[in-house]
Ligand binder design. Structure first.
Ligand SMILES: [Zn+2]
Length: 368
């Protein structure tokens, strides 16, 4: 009798372990629209790629489902042998500020674990859904702990519009969502949070019913951004993910205007085309670098003075020559007394470089 019980318990344990999801492809494809749909209660998911490097941080992404299905508490465990598990990180009361949103978690005691196990549950024990989980062998928080997040005043001028209600379905915590992107923009424009940057203290973010996309006004310390509910409605026609992609992309662009330096010695945005092309080109370069443009829309033609994405895609392409090209381009804006595209290229790539030469090389790349 005793033996029978033991056997049945061990069978039970075996069948439980065999059922654990291992290496769920939907969690590691970098696409939060494909997701892991678990069960009620605590879910255990194993990541077993026989890792060879210690991970220093990881990210968990919310899915496109309603927030009730998001993980709100989880434990990450590591193992050298798949039998003994050590708690690596523990989180409680987590809330994702939007759909398809990451939460970055540094790992304080990295070790050479071969496997990881995530134990996660929703707030109410509802069915768990996760968009993605990714691991990094660097601490993605390093150098940015001291970032000074701006305050956000979020206002919906036209709450009765369809765009406003669609936005509420996408973004659950607008203040947090905007602050998150402010830091992401700074990470692309600067090396660390300690670099000299504009003191952006407050962002007034407004949803408004008008025929347009988005615009930025004011100057640091207080800037304002308006986002069109009509544009939200149009962008949401295809899918919620398409709206998210567009909303983040537009936000990246406008937030660059809050943090970017302005070229010196060449007049102003409204009086000098080079000034304008530099400002709008860099804003779209950062958006492209963040991954919020469909890069298949890049086409040969145009000129570096055309601004927006024509200039932006070119500046972003310079990162194929130097991974820090966007930061270095931005430094030329800060440093040159009389800014020009050609002087910027010479400062970045040496006296033999020229804007015409690099542009022609970029055109040749696009024509391939
Ligand atoms: Zn702009």
């Amino acid at each position: 009798m005793k033996i029978n019980i033991l056997i049945s318990i061990s069978l039970l344990l075996c069948s439980c372990q065999a059922k654990l999801p291992v290496n769920v492809p939907e969690l590691s494809d970098g696409d939060p629209t494909t997701c892991f749909v678990g069960t009620d209660g605590v879910n255990k998911i194993v990541f077993d790629q026989q890792y060879t490097v210690p991970f220093q941080s990881y990210k968990i992404y919310s899915s496109g489902e309603t927030p009730a299905h998001d993980p709100s508490a989880w434990t990450l465990k590591g193992s050298y042998d798949g039998k003994n598990w050590v708690v690596v990180d523990e989180r409680k009361d987590q809330a994702f500020c939007s759909r398809y949103q990451e939460i970055l978690c540094p790992i304080t005691k990295p070790s050479n674990y071969k496997q990881y196990m995530l134990e996660a549950a929703t707030e109410t024990g509802d069915t768990l859904v996760i968009g993605d989980v990714s691991f990094y062998d660097t601490n993605l928080n390093a150098g940015w702990e001291a970032f000074k997040y701006p305050g956000v005043d979020f206002e919906i001028l036209d709450p009765e519009t369809k765009g406003a209600s669609v936005y509420a379905g996408l973004v659950q915590n607008p203040d947090e969502y905007i602050r998150f992107h402010a830091r992401k923009v700074a990470e692309i424009l600067f090396y660390t949070a300690k670099d000299t940057m504009n003191d952006v203290q407050k962002i007034e973010y407004t949803l408004k019913d008008y025929d347009g996309v988005s615009a930025k006004g004011g100057n640091p310390p207080v800037i304002s951004i308006v986002y069109s509910t009509q544009h939200i409605e149009k962008s949401a026609n295809e899918s919620l993910y398409k709206l998210d992609f567009e909303t983040r992309g537009v936000l990246y662009h406008e937030l660059v205007h809050a943090y970017q330096f302005e070229p010196k010695g060449i007049g102003s945005y409204s009086t000098n085309k080079t000034f304008w092309a530099c400002i709008e080109g860099l804003a779209d370069a950062v958006r492209a670098q963040a991954g919020y443009f469909d890069m298949s829309t890049r086409k040969p033609g145009g000129n570096w003075m055309d601004g927006y994405r024509t200039t932006g895609f070119f500046i972003q392409w310079l990162t194929t020559k130097d991974p820090d090209a966007i930061r270095k381009f931005h430094e030329t804006v800060r440093d040159l007394d009389e800014w020009s595209f050609d002087k910027a290229m010479k400062r970045m790539f040496g006296e033999d470089a020229s804007i015409e030469g690099l542009w022609n090389e970029y055109q040749a790349f696009l024509s391939k």
